[in-house]
Design a protein around this ligand. Structure first.
Ligand code: MFK
Ligand code: FAD
Length: 496
């Protein structure tokens, strides 16, 4: 046998991550920092085990069985190993529940766990994110009955009582524009609401609950007339017959995540709040899942950059290790810098979220959080694809080969920019934030950044655009079109 190349090795994702450990050392009080260590250590161990397991086993996908041998509709989904391990592991280490502890660092501690767990989870983090979002939206709505019913399950630290929640928004005529929703909510004579319609993407179809947008029967067209409903999917161990799984989607990536097309045929439902303005009610969920998306995108970048750096010490070309080739070293340094900036932005959002939720933030910080959430989501979504692609190239031809795990990283990364609001939709959302309820506080906060900016010309251009954006909703015709056409450029400039 001739030359055999050493494979890249994954260092301990927690103990050897100087960025994460430095952030937690800096931000957490000593007692909290010490208490967190065991969970992060264990999640790092799991991530390392999962990486080794993935390289030694054949990848599987979830399998949907719709009918049993006797012709009964069963819609049973067989899950992959990481998904089967998910409930036990995540409740034991409070991956989700920690975010709802009652202190301002709760979200930071939660997202440190998410960051370590995400890649090993095979996108079990997707329904976890939606469950976290559902818990947050129910709290924000203040619906006591639903809070008492669902939160003990969503925030459970015991796998036996843990429930996952879905987020049923997207339909065939509109994923960005949910104002096109066709699902109808109809009320029985006894007062029970039921949903009738088709949801086109349901990523937590194995979950026990969901928040769903629907139009109360007879309602006006458009967004404002939509209501938000809470549904449960199971009758004991059986899926409710009014929830029909049509098929699992055949996707570019996230193969282990069972994303389904479903029909609702009179599924019982309970309004979360008033029977209108459902998008306003689901917004706290969107902002939480977008934060998860940013952290998970950064986790993909961390893995890609880490593997590329490790490989550069093992692979030689033209008489030197790749890491000693000046141009390759420069390429890696650029990747590292972009990753570290994205890490800082995503975790800033996580930290701010916890501070705002526990009244520990200034009004400027609260306004900043509303703007930084879409910016962090859209920026990290794009950057994850770029860095995973660059990392693949750092392995040469080997990076293109399935068993190295690099193709999966790239395919999976592509989803971050699409779901939970595409890049353009989030660029427009950042305009919405700039034109929102607290423009004064927000502009004060941004003013501080701009004052620190060395490039006075860039700062004054940004200031000019920000002033125009503040009046986005007041503009009409050509003026408004021009502002919207520049929204992505503005969002990316601000994020950078
Ligand atoms: C592994 C990583 C974990 C990630 C998990 C991912 C799971 C993936 C599952 C999904 O993809 S779920 C589906 C996600 N779908 C979207 O994100 C929808 C994308 N479309 C948008 O975001 C639109 O901007 C939106 C539907 C929210 C609004 O469009 P409209 O129809 O033009 O409504 P409008 O009038 O702008 O907003 C309605 C209200 O919501 C307004 O408040 P008011 O009623 O008080 O005027 C808005 O201010 C408010 N709003 C909208 N977005 C908000 C918000 N409020 C706070 N934060 C926001 N982000
Ligand atoms: P469209 O809205 O048709 O967008 C098409 C293009 O138009 C995009 O480039 C978009 O940026 C652009 N665009 C749209 N409006 C504007 C505008 N005003 N200005 C400029 N550009 C615009 N949804 C759920 O509800 N629940 C789930 O569990 C779920 N899981 C998913 C899992 C996966 C793997 C994927 C890929 C999607 C999932 N989705 C889910 C759906 C996802 O949220 C939508 O696909 C997404 O929001 C985009 O909606 P759309 O597909 O209708 O695209």
């Amino acid at each position: 046998m001739g030359f055999l190349q050493d494979a890249p090795q994954l260092a301990h994702p927690y103990r050897d991550d100087r960025l994460l450990t430095a952030l937690l050392d800096r931000c957490l009080p000593m007692d909290r920092r010490t208490a967190l260590d065991a969970d992060l250590d264990a999640l790092g161990d799991y991530a390392q085990m999962a990486w080794k397991r993935a390289s030694a086993t054949t990848r599987r996908k979830p399998v949907l069985t719709q009918w049993d041998a006797w012709g009964r509709r069963v819609d049973r989904i067989e899950l992959t190993t990481a998904w089967q391990e998910g409930p036990q592991l995540t409740t034991h280490h409070a991956v989700l529940a920690a975010g709802h502890d009652s202190h301002p660092c709760a979200r930071l501690e939660e997202f440190a766990r998410v960051y370590l767990y995400h890649l090993a989870s095979e996108f079990y983090t997707c329904p976890l994110a939606m469950t976290d979002g559902a818990a947050t939206a129910l709290k924000a709505a203040g619906n006591r009955a639903l809070i008492e019913r669902a939160l003990p399950h969503f925030l459970s630290r015991d796998p036996a009582t843990f429930w996952l929640s879905g987020q049923w928004m997207t339909e065939t005529p509109g994923g960005s524009d949910v104002g096109n929703t066709e699902t109808i909510a109809r009320r029985d004579p006894d007062g029970q609401w039921r949903l009738y319609g088709r949801k086109w993407f349901s990523s937590a179809v194995v979950g026990e609950a969901a928040l769903a947008l629907a139009r109360p029967e007879g309602g006006e067209p458009g967004t404002a007339a939509l209501a938000l409903f809470y549904v449960e999917t199971m009758d004991g161990s059986q899926r409710k017959p009014q929830l029909v799984i049509d098929r699992l989607k055949n996707k570019l990536g996230t193969h282990e995540l069972p994303t389904a097309e479903i029909h609702l045929e009179g599924l019982p439902a309970w309004p979360v709040g008033e029977l209108a303005h459902g998008v306003r009610q689901v917004a706290p969920m969107l902002n939480v899942t977008r934060t998860w998306n940013a952290i998970c995108a950064v986790a993909s970048m961390a893995r890609a950059v880490h593997l590329a750096r490790d490989y550069a010490r093992r692979r030689h070309a033209f008489g030197k290790a790749l890491v000693d080739q000046p141009l390759h070293a420069h390429t890696l340094a650029g990747m590292q810098a972009e990753f570290e900036a994205a890490f800082a932005l995503a975790f800033e959002v996580a930290h701010l979220l916890g501070r705002v939720e526990h009244d520990a933030a200034t009004p400027q910080e609260a306004a900043l959080l509303r703007l930084l959430t879409p910016l962090a989501k859209l920026w990290t979504g794009k950057l994850a694809v770029k860095l995973c692609s660059e990392a693949m190239e750092c392995f040469g031809g080997a990076g293109y080969i399935e068993d190295t795990g690099l193709p999966q990283l790239l395919r999976d990364a592509q989803v971050y920019a699409i779901w939970e609001g595409t890049t353009n939709v989030l660029s427009l959302d950042s305009l919405r934030a700039l034109a929102g309820k607290a423009p004064g506080a927000l502009h004060e906060a941004i003013g501080h950044w701009l004052a620190d900016n060395d490039d006075m010309h860039a700062a004054s251009t940004i200031q000019h655009v920000l002033d125009a954006a503040t009046h986005w909703l007041d503009h009409h015709g050509q003026q408004r079109d021009t502002l919207e056409a520049g929204a992505r450029g503005l969002a990316i400039t601000l994020a950078r």
